[in-house]
Design a protein around this ligand. Structure first.
Ligand code: 5GP
Ligand code: ZN
Length: 117
């Protein structure tokens, strides 16, 4: 079976094969500016271990997924957008997922309407 990480866009970004504007990095998580921002703050937070989406996640992935959200909260705090921001995890093409490496969008710095489209 071919290794999905070889061609995965976000794995390649994480390995610095494709440039990105890094916001945060640790052993488990990488965060970078979205190339096509939908808000003044639009950061993508990804686990360093590849899995396609939330449907593929298992109980053992809970900590890693939690870490991604906590990194988003840390970035929001640093950017002083805590009055209102949103973490979004699109799951599947029907919800707009276009890159199949699980990622948390951090959106903020403007009014965010509800419900989302
Ligand atoms: P999705 O639609 O899968 O939830 O989110 C994918 C996100 O990745 C989109 O917001 C899109 O703008 C962003 N994106 C796609 N290609 C690149 C890229 O090459 N670099 C960066 N920084 N973001 C990307
Ligand atoms: Zn990947």
């Amino acid at each position: 079976m071919t290794d999905p990480t070889t061609s995965c866009l976000f794995c390649r970004i994480m390995r610095h094969e494709i440039p990105s504007r890094r916001v945060y990095e640790d052993e488990h998580v990488y965060a970078f500016e979205d190339i096509d921002p939908k808000a003044p703050t639009h950061v993508l937070v990804i686990p360093k271990r590849h899995f396609a989406d939330l449907k593929e996640a298992e109980a053992g992935d809970a900590e890693l997924i939690g870490r991604c959200h906590l990194v988003a909260a840390k970035i929001a705090r640093e950017r002083k957008i805590e009055n209102g921001y949103r973490t979004v995890l699109n799951v599947g093409p029907g919800a707009g997922q276009s890159v199949f490496h699980l990622h948390v969008h951090l959106l903020g710095g403007r009014h965010l309407s509800w419900p989302p489209g």
